[in-house]
Design a protein around this ligand. Structure first.
Ligand code: COA
Length: 252
């Protein structure tokens, strides 16, 4: 079971201070009213607007504008900086972070989107990775797993009854994505070199990292159920985190 997501009324400053052991997670709809999309677009920099208008389909453009605009509003609230003034820096494999001028605040974030939902994770002084996927039937789950999952994950998936296989598949997928996004390596990290839990009855956890259970034990993994029909995962090094999950409607 995931921690419940509570609806946040607004992004006021009293809600947005992060204790050192807290993880804040936001689930946000990427389909707000058109006037909200237009307002969020005004927060984007010219290069972000250009990126948005490179999408051929309107829904893809809207999702990028809302996803990036909400990221700016969220980070702006935590940093008490006007959202349009924020600038991002990108790692070798594309992981975005705040420009070094905000290093002193120590705020890290990661985000993921799937269809009409975005998931944001924020923390102080650590890197985290987050992933969300829309649940859907997966008749070819085992074939896809051949390509992306480790040997032990594939064996576990084979043993899961047919009616629970898609859930197990997405548990595994989002947990693996969350880990490679936490490290920032993306798909340059060999996906068969680490194992995660996936059976619906098992807690989200890393089982081994490069054959080393001790390295895996130094990581925390969280199972997230941000909205009906979606599943997510968050990965972060260390333990004892307090998870605060909110859903936020940017149209309000
Ligand atoms: C790029 C990648 C990091 C995530 O891609 P994704 O799952 O398609 O997309 P998500 O929606 O989860 O995440 C995209 C966001 O992650 C962030 N991101 C980009 N590169 C990243 C990286 N190297 N590390 C962490 N975060 C990254 C960005 O904020 C991006 O959103 P934006 O472009 O709107 O700013 C990489 O893992 C990938 O290409 N995955 C493809 C899917 C796959 O084969 N997964 C195998 C799972 S078993």
């Amino acid at each position: 079971m995931s921690d419940p997501f509570r609806a946040a009324d607004r992004l006021g400053h009293e809600e947005v201070s992060l204790a050192p052991d807290e993880l804040h997670v936001y689930a946000v709809s990427l389909a707000p009213p058109p006037e909200t999309v237009a307002e969020l677009e005004t927060l984007l920099t010219p290069d972000e607007v250009e990126r948005a208008y490179r999408f051929r389909f309107e829904r893809h453009r809207r999702r990028f504008i809302v996803g990036r605009g909400v990221l700016r509003r969220l980070l702006g609230a935590y940093l008490d900086v006007p959202p349009g003034e924020l600038r991002f820096h990108y790692g070798d494999k594309g992981k975005p972070s705040l420009d070094p001028r905000w290093d002193a605040a120590g705020l890290s974030f990661n985000l993921s989107h799937s269809q009409e939902l975005a998931l944001y994770g924020l923390v102080q002084g650590r890197e985290l990775g987050i992933d969300v996927e829309q649940l859907r039937p997966m008749p070819d789950a085992e074939q896809i797993a051949e390509r992306f999952f480790s040997r032990s994950e594939r064996e576990t998936l084979r043993r899961i009854p047919a009616e629970r296989k898609a859930d197990a598949f997405f548990n595994c997928w989002t947990r693996k994505e969350a880990y490679i996004k936490a490290t920032g390596d993306g798909l340059s990290m060999p996906l068969d070199r680490f194992d995660v839990t996936l059976a619906p009855e098992d807690e989200a956890r890393m089982l081994s990292a490069e054959g080393d259970p001790a390295k895996a034990a130094s990581w925390s993994m969280y199972h997230l159920e941000p909205a009906a029909g979606y599943v997510g995962a968050l990965a972060i090094e260390g333990g004892g985190w307090k998870l605060v999950c909110r859903s936020w409607d940017p149209g309000r």
